[in-house]
Ligand binder design. Structure first.
Ligand SMILES: Nc1ncnc2c1ncn2[C@@H]1O[C@H](COP(=O)(O)OP(=O)(O)OP(=O)(O)O)[C@@H](O)[C@H]1O
Ligand SMILES: [Mg+2]
Length: 367
């Protein structure tokens, strides 16, 4: 895939030559593709220097758009190719951890427990949620600021958002970074990167709907705080799979049909119907996540932000609008960075794919 704008970006890169500040790169290793975004700070603003994506399928001997499970060595070889193709010039990086290698949950802590005791209490509480030995994960947590009006009766319990990451994946990503000559100073679970890239100052309850190739990640935020996180184990690859199976065509042709026509139909009248087999399933899970949240907190979701390559499918936005009662928008992470005006239309339409990589780069700029 590479960066379709390599030449244009290469040129506009030159405009910032000699500018102060170091460049940073956000690296999103997704299940079907790696995405990178390079930013640089200038005058308190983040400048877009370059971005790009590469499909992992070919590195696994499969087609574009397929979900892969590659070794560190293969991932790093794809990453090296991508960094070169998209003319990334920095080795200062941040990497995302897939939601599938992590767990995110809320723990209720009794009010008498003081925050200084959390390091000993939380691992014990977390054990109830983690299906593997606690020694195999790294834990991090964050005490959710109290808001009596939404904590349901204010029973005095403190809520703590806990994240657990499999140690294996960190070891693997360190290896990837090392062999691609990357200095990655931090790792972040992809959801948090996507939130940073897609949210402004929303005060109401918002659902972030991130449809990748393998999974759809659903996060509900309220007053800037994560309230609920849920993964649907279906993504855009499932659409290509059902097109391929039902029409008896190779995966690559099905993937192409999905991208060319999407819900708008096309050469085969059955296409929209086949696509809806997967999207209906995902929407029905999303609706129950929304319903549960609305009941629990007695609030309504006021907006849905769409993210991930899967939402780029033709007709998807309208389908999502028909499904959700609230306002539905496509995320536009690139509006958080400065880029030449002539790139705006193309950046807006590519935005949903690059949210995680951009969110990582933004955080790295802050550090
Ligand atoms: N224009 C398009 N129309 C339809 N589908 C698209 C389009 N562009 C990308 N996709 C689909 O989006 C998916 C890739 O999205 P993305 O890059 O967000 O996934 P990923 O990060 O690799 O996966 P995951 O987040 O599940 O690990 C692929 O299934 C691809 O077919
Ligand atoms: Mg992804």
């Amino acid at each position: 895939m590479g960066n379709p704008l390599q030449n244009i970006i290469g040129k506009f890169q030159g405009m910032f030559k000699g500018a102060p500040g170091t460049s940073v790169v956000g690296i999103d290793i997704g299940s079907s593709a790696i995405k990178v975004v390079q930013l640089k700070k200038k005058g308190g603003k983040a400048l877009l220097e370059t971005y790009g994506a590469i499909s992992l399928g070919p590195y696994a001997g499969t087609d574009l758009g397929t979900v892969t499970n590659l070794s560190a060595e293969k991932i790093s070889s794809a990453l090296k190719d991508l960094l070169k193709e998209s003319t990334v010039t920095t080795t200062d990086a941040a990497l995302s951890i897939p939601s599938s290698a992590s767990l995110i949950f809320m723990v209720d802590i009794p009010p008498q427990v003081e925050e200084k005791d959390y390091p000993s209490i939380i691992p014990i509480e977390a054990r109830k949620y983690i299906p593997v030995p606690i020694s195999e994960v790294s834990l991090d947590w964050w005490a959710v600021p109290k808001r009596e009006d939404i904590e349901g009766g204010g029973d005095g319990k403190n809520q703590v958002l806990v994240v657990a990451i499999q140690n294996d994946i960190i070891t693997k990503y360190r290896e990837v970074a090392k062999s691609a000559d990357i200095n990655s100073t931090f790792y972040e679970i992809e959801v948090f990167s996507a939130i940073r890239a897609n949210f402004g100052h929303e005060l109401s309850s918002v659902l972030l709907f991130d449809m990748g190739a393998s999974k759809t990640k659903l996060t509900i935020m309220d007053y800037g705080v994560v309230r609920t996180f849920h993964t649907v184990s279906r993504g855009s690859q499932d659409i290509s799979n059902s097109i391929s199976a039902s029409l008896s065509i190779p995966f690559a042709s099905a993937e192409q049909m999905k991208r060319d026509f999407g819900l708008a139909g096309g050469s085969d009248p059955k296409l929209p119907e086949l696509i809806r087999l997967s999207t209906d399933f995902i929407f029905s899970e999303a609706n129950s996540v929304v319903l549960n949240y609305e009941k629990k907190y007695n609030k309504t979701i006021s907006k849905v932000i769409l993210s991930g390559g899967g939402v780029l499918m033709k007709g998807f936005l309208d389908l999502a609008k028909a499904n959700f009662k609230s306002e539905v928008v496509e995320g536009n992470p690139f509006d958080k960075v400065v880029a030449p005006a002539f790139l705006e239309p193309v950046l807006a339409s590519a935005g949903p794919e690059f949210g995680v990589a951009l969110g990582l780069a933004l955080r790295k700029l802050e550090s």
